[in-house]
Ligand binder design. Structure first.
Ligand code: GLU
Length: 449
C-alpha cells in the first residue's frame, strides 16, 4: 500500500512535482522524506510557519555548464556537468561528483537532497550538495580523463572553496579523477587549498580510511541494527551487490567480523561462491586489472557466474546493496524476505525502490536506509577536512575509530528518534526525522535566507 501524505505535505509534494518536471529520482527521494515528516509538523509548528519544508526541497543554487574536451584522436566531445548546492545551513556544501552516462539534473538533485540529511546525521559541520556529468570514464585513457577533468574544473572552480563547497568522489570518480580535478583547481586559483576536495591521495592531503569508510560504515551500521535485536554478524551469510570501492570494503569488514559473504556483482552479472568470496581475487580483478567479475568464476571453478543475475536471488541473512539507485525492486525484496533475510543496510544511495522499502518494513526486518547506513564515507570526508584544517594526518586506527563512533551515534540517533516518534525499529522514519530536525532547526535560527 502506498503511504499517503497528510494535508499539509501533499500540496508541497505536488508543487515539487510541478516545479521539477521529469526528475523521477528527485521526486522519489523527496516523497520518501516527506512521508516521514507528518508527526514532526505536529510537534514543531514553527517549521510550517517558516516554510522550512518548501525551502528544503529547493536547492540554494544549481549550476549547469558545458564541458568541451578532445579525445586522444583529436575528436571534440561535449558533455554536460552539474553542481547542485542544495543546503548550507550546517556548513559548506559537501557531496561527491558522479561521472556516469545516466547523470542528468534529476539524478544530481536526488543525490544532493539525500546528502543534506545524511550529512546532518553525521553530526559534523557539513551542508549538502552534489555534482556530476554524463561523461563516461569507462574505456577512456588517463590522458582523456585528465583533459575532461581539467575542462570541467575550468568552469567549476569559481563555485568552490573550503568554506563554500567541497566536492569528493562518487560513481566514476575515484582518486585519479579527484587528483586531476584538484590539480586544476590549484592551478586556476593559485592556492594549495587542501580542504576544498576530499578523497585525495594520501601523499597530497588525503585521509587514511577514507577509501574504506563507506563500506566499513555500512557494515558497522548493520552490526548495530543486529545488536539492537540481540544478534550479531558472526557466522551470518551475506550478499553484497556491486564490486566497486563500497562493495569491496563492505566485504572486507564483513569477513573481518566473521560473516560469510557468498555473492557480489557488477553491471554484467553476479558471482556466487558458497565457500565465501576470495577478496584478494576480487581486488586483483577489479582494482588492478580493471576487468569484469565473471573472471572470478573462470579462475575459481567452484564459483558460479550468472550473466545478468542479481545477488538478491541468493538466499542470505544479510544483504548490502552497494551498487546504484533503484537496483533492488519489490520483487527482489519479496525474494529476500522469503529466503530468510533479516537485515539490509544500504551502501549505495537510494538502491531500494519504494515498493522494496515497503516490503522490508512490512516484514519487520532491520532495514537501514542509505542516508544513515552509508554516511561513513562523507563523515570521513569531514574528518579529512579536519585534518586539512589543522595540517595534520591521523593514523588509520584513530580515523577508523572516529568513523565507528560516528556510525554508532547515527544508529543510536535514528533508533531513538524512531521510538520517540512512535515507530520503533523503523530506521527510515528515524533517519528522515533526525536529519530533518537538525537542518530544520538551523534554518529557522539563521532566518529567511
Ligand atoms: N559520494 C559519497 C556519498 O554519497 C561521499 C561524498 C563525500 O565524501 O563528500 O556520500
Amino acid at each position: 500500500m502506498v503511504r499517503t501524505l497528510d494535508d499539509t505535505l501533499e500540496p508541497i509534494f505536488q508543487d515539487v512535482l510541478h516545479r521539477n518536471p521529469g526528475e523521477a529520482e528527485f521526486h522519489q527521494a523527496v516523497r520518501e522524506v516527506l512521508e516521514s515528516l507528518g508527526p514532526v509538523l505536529v510537534k514543531h509548528p514553527e517549521f510550517a510557519e517558516h516554510k522550512i519544508i518548501q525551502r528544503i526541497c529547493e536547492p540554494e543554487r544549481q549550476i549547469i555548464f558545458r564541458v568541451p574536451w578532445q579525445d586522444d584522436k583529436g575528436e571534440t566531445h561535449i558533455n554536460r556537468a552539474f553542481r547542485v548546492q542544495f543546503n548550507s545551513a550546517l556548513g559548506p556544501y559537501k557531496g561527491g561528483m558522479r561521472f556516469h552516462p545516466s547523470v542528468y539534473l534529476g539524478i544530481v538533485k536526488f543525490l544532493g537532497f539525500e546528502q543534506v540529511f545524511k550529512n546532518a546525521l553525521t553530526g559534523l559541520p557539513i551542508g549538502g550538495g552534489k555534482g556530476g556529468s554524463d561523461f563516461n570514464p569507462k574505456g577512456r585513457s588517463d590522458a582523456e580523463v585528465m583533459r575532461f577533468c581539467q575542462s570541467l574544473m575550468t568552469e567549476m572552480y569559481r563555485h568552490l572553496g573550503e568554506y563554500t563547497d567541497v566536492p569528493a568522489g562518487d560513481i566514476g570518480v575515484g582518486q585519479r579523477e579527484v587528483g586531476y580535478l584538484f590539480g586544476q583547481y590549484k592551478r586556476m586559483t593559485n592556492r594549495y587549498e587542501s580542504g576544498v576536495f576530499t578523497g585525495k591521495g594520501l601523499d597530497w592531503g588525503g585521509s587514511r580510511a577514507r577509501k574504506e569508510a563507506t563500506g566499513f560504515g555500512a557494515v558497522y551500521f548493520v552490526r548495530e541494527m543486529l545488536r539492537a535485536r540481540n544478534m550479531d554478524l558472526e557466522g551470518k551469510t551475506c550478499v553484497v551487490s556491486g564490486a566497486g570501492d563500497v562493495a569491496i570494503h563492505a566485504i572486507e569488514k564483513l569477513q573481518a567480523l566473521g560473516a560469510r559473504v557468498i555473492a557480489c556483482s557488477d553491471s554484467g552479472g553476479m558471482i556466487v561462491d558458497e565457500h565465501g568470496l576470495e577478496l584478494d581475487r576480487i581486488r586483483r580483478i577489479k582494482e588492478v586489472e580493471r576487468r569484469r567479475i565473471h573472471v572470478y568464476a573462470e579462475e575459481q571453478s567452484r564459483a558460479r557466474y550468472i550473466k545478468g543475475g542479481t545477488v538478491w536471488t541468493v538466499p542470505c541473512e544479510v544483504a548490502l546493496p552497494c551498487a546504484t539507485q533503484n537496483e533492488l525492486n519489490g520483487e527482489d525484496a519479496r525474494r529476500l524476505v522469503e529466503n530468510g533475510c533479516i537485515a539490509v543496510a544500504e551502501g549505495a544511495n537510494m538502491p531500494t525502490t519504494p515498493e522494496g522499502i515497503r516490503l522490508f518494513r512490512d516484514a519487520g526486518i532491520a532495514y537501514g536506509p542509505g542516508k544513515a547506513a552509508n554516511a561513513g564515507g562523507v563523515a570521513t570526508s569531514a574528518l579529512e577536512m579536519q585534518q586539512n584544517a589543522s595540517r595534520d594526518s591521523w593514523t588509520f586506527q584513530y580515523t577508523e575509530q572516529r568513523l565507528e563512533e560516528i556510525i554508532c551515534n547515527i544508529h543510536r540517533n535514528c533508533h531513538d528518534t524512531a521510538v520517540e516518534f512512535g515507530a520503533p525499529g523503523d530506521y527510515v522514519t528515524g533517519a528522515n526525522i533526525a536529519g530533518f530536525l537538525k537542518v530544520g532547526h538551523a534554518m529557522v535560527a539563521l532566518g529567511l535566507i
